[in-house]
Write a protein that binds this ligand. Structure first.
Ligand code: NAP
Length: 251
């Protein structure tokens, strides 16, 4: 059984990835993961191809263990793994609840890493991994310190495993979108004019980001930064001192 595993499927970019996965001919089943079971089950009922809802809280070790047990029992052929689940919180590090900061690291980094490790046992030649990073990976953004650091990890980790996986002919790919109009903004506490930077920046279209990411990851590309504006930003972040860029990148 050839499957695609998608985390963070219940909203935003995850739902856009799901719509694209439904159209693929080399996939028999999609396994979708998030906390909101009702949303996942509704998606599974309405899906164009067989879809399995697996409600899990990825910040919890017991949920990661449960997913590992499911894989061990069913030994699927994982063709695509999309680590999309993630969230950020806006605020100064000293004002924020430490449990939220720890949860961000658990979902954005620990779960993403564990899923790569456990899924790779069931991945073969020509399969691929998409890890969702962000433009926040290029240079840190004050007032989103932990979030940016988690996304820098995602980008770095993905580039690294890409090299390790080359002999196995498995591609690891990172996508680095700018802002997208999803629930992310409400969860982060950005909506309602709380961040001038987010109000000024151009927005990426989540549907295009998902489509292009799948296309490029399959072709073997390493990193995709949607929009010319953010491609240019990525180059600037390589050239300019980060201390200087951070004066303008504060969220
Ligand atoms: N929107 C942006 O501006 C933006 C920009 C750059 C990068 N990104 C990245 O894009 C990815 C998708 O975000 P989005 O914009 O689509 O936001 P979103 O609509 O809030 O989606 C986030 C997804 O992650 C899932 N999730 C969050 N915590 C989870 C947990 N503990 N366990 C399992 N699933 C969890 C959510 O599902 P449940 O709530 O049902 O668990 C939801 O499906 C994230 O990695 C985000 O960092 C977003």
């Amino acid at each position: 059984m050839k499957i695609a595993v998608l985390t963070g499927a219940s909203s935003g970019l995850g739902q856009e990835f799901f719509k694209n996965l439904e159209t693929l001919e080399d996939i028999d089943q999609i396994w979708i993961i998030a906390r909101r079971a009702d949303k996942l089950e509704q998606m599974a009922r309405d899906a164009k191809i067989q879809t399995r809802a697996i409600p899990l809280d990825l910040s919890q070790k017991n949920c990661l263990d449960r997913f590992s047990d499911i894989l061990e029992q069913e030994k699927p052929d994982i063709r695509i793994l999309i680590n999309n689940a993630g969230f950020g919180k806006l605020g100064y590090i000293y004002d924020m609840d430490y449990s939220e900061q720890a949860e961000m690291i658990a979902v954005n980094n620990t779960a993403l890493t564990v899923l790569c490790v456990i899924c790779l046992k069931y991945m073969h030649e020509k399969s691929f991994i998409i890890n969702v990073a962000s433009i926040a990976a290029f240079v840190p953004n004050p007032r989103m310190s932990v979030y940016c650091s988690t996304k820098a990890y995602v980008l770095s980790f993905t580039k690294c495993i890409r090299q390790e996986l080359k002999p196995r002919k498995i591609n690891a790919f990172a996508v680095c979108p700018g802002p997208m109009a999803t629930e992310f903004l409400d969860v982060a506490g950005i909506s309602g004019g709380k961040s001038k930077t987010f109000e000024r920046l151009p927005y990426c279209n989540a549907s295009k980001v998902a489509k292009k990411s799948l296309e490029y990851a399959r072709k073997g590309r390493a990193v995709y930064t949607p929009k010319l504006f953010y491609k240019f930003y990525r180059v600037l972040c390589r050239i300019l001192p980060h201390g200087f860029v951070m004066k303008f990148s504060k969220t």
